[in-house]
Design a protein around this ligand. Structure first.
Ligand code: NAD
Ligand code: WQD
Length: 339
């Protein structure tokens, strides 16, 4: 296994996966329509690794183009990161989200089937568990009801790939359920570059820290958690990226549909994040407690021991490193990839 295609490879997670794959000796081919990213991320990955990436600007909805790329580049496995991911926007524009994510995935899978590439590693999400009855969450927890169309697209895409394997056991399907990826590469050269006002906690915090936003809105302090604010399992994006390399490394020994939680197994609250960010970076984060955000759950964190046992994957970075690295990226690139 050598030639790996990453759909959505110019994005936050895809660019970090590209870097780790290159560093591990794989050839990386990226397919991205740049709807939520910039080619600059890939240039920087090339700069950091001293290796090159074959980049194709294209849309996964374009089945014929995807097919051409798969054949031309002799692709052996696909890491499927391409998706629209803004939860709030998905509530307002469900058709856009179902079309891009579901139809896009059907198009990609059809192209793969036609050319006989039957190995897929899918960017799934903890959102597929819905509101779990207990924590920590193991992979055999039942899937729940996601609280928004984005979450449903992830759940449905998992089902589509599972059904594909049932119909044709030659398919290998690895579902990686990410918890909350944050942080950035230690170089401070690649990181998360949200368009407009960030939806996720960490980019919001770093934009408050740099003075682009006045204060953090803390959504609720009456949850059933140690300080009343929401608890999540944050994971360093580089550790997450290494999980993908481990999945590819182990593809030969995996059969069928395999699910892995990618997480640290530790839950931290919004206020834990604020306080730790202030402590490790020496920057004050102004915040105001406000009402709950619709669709949020109180607490989620994972049991990630399956990935350790089966793939030999462990996280190297704790919360302090995640927050230092998020800040380094923001400080060095106040306008993201725009110079
Ligand atoms: P991102 O927006 O930075 O990256 C997604 C990439 O996909 C972008 O570069 C975008 O241009 C591309 N893309 C979107 N639609 C496309 C299409 N139709 N054709 C080609 N390219 C397309 O997001 P990310 O945070 O890097 O997320 C990557 C994947 O991980 C997504 O599937 C997302 O749903 C999933 N995920 C993300 C998180 C998170 O918190 N960031 C958590 C769980 C799962
Ligand atoms: C984390 C915590 C908020 C912003 C989302 C998606 C999920 C996955 C990851 C893709 C919560 C609180 C946040 C803010 C806040 N994405 N918060 N003020 O909601 O766990 O997960 O991203 O698959 O599907 O739903 O992440 O970063 O938005 O929120 O107080 O400005 O921070 O209430 O407790 P979430 P998040």
């Amino acid at each position: 296994m050598k030639n790996i295609l990453i759909t959505g490879g110019a994005g936050f997670i895809g660019s970090h996966v590209a870097l780790e794959l290159l560093d591990s000796g794989y050839n990386v081919i990226v397919y991205d329509n740049l709807s939520n990213s910039s080619e600059e991320s890939l240039k920087r990955v090339e700069e950091l690794t001293g290796l090159s990436i074959s980049f194709y600007k294209g849309d996964i909805l374009d089945t014929n183009h995807v097919k051409e790329v798969l054949e031309k580049e002799k692709i052996e496995a696909v890491i499927h990161c391409a998706a629209l991911k803004a939860v709030g926007e998905s509530v307002k524009k469900p058709l856009l989200y179902y079309h891009n994510n579901i139809t896009g995935t059907l198009s990609l899978l059809s192209a793969m089937e036609e050319v006989g590439v039957k190995n897929i590693i899918f960017s799934s999400s903890a959102t597929v568990y819905g509101d779990p009855e207990t924590v920590p969450i193991t992979e055999d927890f039942p899937k729940g009801a996601p609280t928004n169309p984005y979450g449903w697209t992830k759940s449905m895409m998992e089902q589509i790939m599972t059904d594909l394997h049932t119909a044709d056991p030659n398919w290998k399907v690895i579902l990686l359920r990410y918890f909350n990826p944050i942080g950035a590469h230690k170089s401070g050269r690649i990181g998360e570059d949200p368009k407009g006002i960030p939806n996720n906690l960490l980019p919001y915090v770093t934009q408050v820290a740099i003075g682009k936003l006045p204060y953090l809105h803390v959504y609720g302090d009456d949850y059933d958690t140690h300080d009343g604010t929401g608890v999540r399992d944050y994971i360093h994006v580089v550790d997450l990226a290494k999980g993908h390399v481990k999945a590819i490394d182990n593809l030969d020994k995996l059969t069928g549909v395999e699910i892995f939680n990618l997480a640290t197994g530790h839950g931290y609250s919004v206020l834990d994040i604020v306080k730790t960010f202030e402590k490790v970076n020496g920057v004050k984060i102004e915040y105001k407690i406000e009402g709950r955000r619709e669709g949020d759950i109180d607490e989620t964190y994972a049991d990630a021991s399956k990935a350790e046992k089966v793939l030999g994957w462990i996280c190297d970075n704790g919360l302090e490193e995640m927050l230092e690295d998020s800040w380094r990226w923001q400080k060095n690139n106040p306008n993201g990839y725009e110079e």
